[in-house]
Design a binder for this molecule. Sequence first.
Ligand SMILES: Nc1nc2c(ncn2[C@@H]2O[C@H](COP(=O)(O)OP(=O)(O)O)[C@@H](O)[C@H]2O)c(=O)[nH]1
Ligand SMILES: [Mg+2]
Length: 204
Amino acid sequence: MSNLFSHCEFLISAYKTSQLPPDEGMEIAFAGRSNSGKSTTINALTNHKGLAKVSKTPGRTQLFNCFQFQPNMRLVDLPGYGYAKVPAKMKKHWDKEIDSYLMNRQSLIGVVIIMDIRHPMKKFDEQMLTWAHQSGLHSHVLLNKADKLNNNDIKKTLMQVNQQIKQYSQSTTCQVFSALRRQGTAELSQILTPWFTASENEHP
Ligand SMILES: Nc1nc2c(ncn2[C@@H]2O[C@H](COP(=O)(O)OP(=O)(O)O)[C@@H](O)[C@H]2O)c(=O)[nH]1
Ligand SMILES: [Mg+2]
């Protein structure tokens, strides 16, 4: 199915925030723990299998990967956070770069926080929700890898997480997703499209 994000192309991989595309227009970031499925989600949303590299080894794709779907409109695949096996020095570099990105990026209008539905709302996810709310950004939670749970457990988790996220912000939304099976891409696209098409000053 075609959506706003269907004609997306790779723009640049940045090791440091200073290498990112000019801070103009609008972009949204895909954040989440390493291995939660950020890259697979971008591929599912854009209907472009090999666009974002899916890592076989967790913690390896430590770059800001930027994709453009319209002039000056971007998706950014953030380096995964919370991967324990990354050497301390590398971890420090990434914490610093992600912080700097989140604090300073003017074109950032919202974040999609990707969680493994079997392990939702970890410390870093909660920090990201708090931060997004404080910064007046849109935020949407994806409970990914739903193909790993039965329907009852999916429903239960969705209800729990829906209640939890309301403690952070009334406007945060949440959905069940399977990047692997491309289930939930229409709903995701429906949530994200108004972020780009609504007036720039309508942040929650
Ligand atoms: N079962 C299942 N596996 C998934 C799903 N999404 C991603 N994965 C797998 O999880 C691993 C990490 O995915 P990746 O997109 O590289 O995660 P990232 O580190 O957050 O970018 C890969 O082996 C993917 O194939 C999903 O919805 N279901
Ligand atoms: Mg990745």
